[in-house]
Structure formats: structure tokens, C-alpha cells
Design a protein around this ligand. Structure first.
Ligand code: FES
Ligand code: FES
Length: 162
């Protein structure tokens, strides 16, 4: 659908890859990446908590880095690859970090879980042998209101080699 331009917005032709799929959309340039993922692409696994870069519920991977999509503009993803929790898979199997969260009982209400897993994925990609200190640091921007973090950290540690 063609967007109407008015004096308050500028239309930007966004091209990016989301979860392996080429996306081309005309978007309002003031749209956040979170709004684009959730509302334009219907990827509701990326959550909106604080909307202010504080809680980590909205984490997505952009060019392999975990970002708070609520404070990143969608236009900043132009030409980049974005992975959301829906796109995190081990071929056709459940992703190993997702499985570990289930196995370790690291999920209660689940609201923070996508963001936690995205942060863990970014960490383990760069530091496969991450220790507890690395994990705590990597998850320091992710808030969970339900658990005591122990099981979450344990679930990530289980995925670290060594
Ligand atoms: S919703 Fe983005 S950091 Fe809280
Ligand atoms: S499991 Fe509920 S916020 Fe983390």
C-alpha cells in the first residue's frame, strides 16, 4: 500500500533482510525498528516494554549485534540483516538457546524471554566460551520482573562451550 506523505512525515524506501527474507517497504521515516517489526511485519515476538531503551524486551539482532529496537529508527536498518526471535532457528529445529531456556525452567511469564535470548545469541556468537561474568554483563540490559535471573543465566551457560 502506498503511504501518503504529509508535512509531518517523510517517506523512506526501506530495503533490508528480515529473518532471511528480502523486505522492501515505503515507511514513515519516524518509525522505530520496533514499530516496523511488530506492526508492519507482524513479528510480535519482539516485545515493547519500556519503549525507552531500558528493559531489553525489544532486542533484535541487526548485522549480528543485539540492539534495542525501540530506540533504533527503522531507516537505520536499511541495507542490513535483521533477525528477530522468530528467525532464530537451528535449521528446522528449535534453536538451542530457546531449548535451554525451556529445559532449565528459565521462563515464567515469558515477556522478557525473546530479548534475553537475542542478547545471549549475540554474546555466544562472539564469545562461544562465555563465562558467568560475560553472561551477566551481556544480559545486564535485559530486565526480568519474574525470575531471580539464576535460571536464565544457567540456561545461557549451558549453551556456552567450556
Ligand atoms: S522496550 Fe526497548 S528497551 Fe524496553
Ligand atoms: S519471565 Fe516474566 S519478565 Fe521475565
Amino acid at each position: 500500500m502506498k503511504m501518503k506523505k504529509n508535512k509531518f512525515n517523510k517517506i523512506f524506501s526501506l530495503k533490508c533482510i528480515v529473518n532471511g527474507e528480502k523486505i522492501e517497504r515505503d515507511i514513515d521515516s519516524s518509525l522505530t525498528l520496533l514499530g516496523f517489526l511488530r506492526n508492519d511485519l507482524n513479528l510480535k515476538g519482539t516485545k515493547e516494554g519500556c519503549g525507552d531503551g531500558e528493559c531489553g524486551a525489544c532486542m533484535a539482532l541487526v548485522s549480528g549485534k543485539a540492539v534495542n529496537s525501540c530506540i533504533m529508527m527503522a531507516v537505520q536498518a536499511h541495507g542490513k540483516s535483521v533477525i528477530t526471535i522468530e528467525g532464530l532457528k537451528d535449521k528446522n529445529k528449535l534453536h538451542h538457546i530457546k531449548k535451554s531456556f525451556i529445559d532449565e525452567g528459565a521462563v515464567q511469564c515469558g515477556f522478557c524471554t525473546p530479548g534475553m535470548i537475542i542478547s545471549a545469541q549475540a554474546l555466544l556468537k562472539t564469545k562461544p566460551k562465555a563465562n558467568i561474568k560475560d553472561i551477566k554483563e551481556a544480559l545486564s540490559g535485559n530486565i526480568c520482573r519474574c525470575t531471580g535471573y539464576e535460571k536464565i543465566i544457567g540456561a545461557v551457560k549451558k549453551c556456552a562451550k567450556g
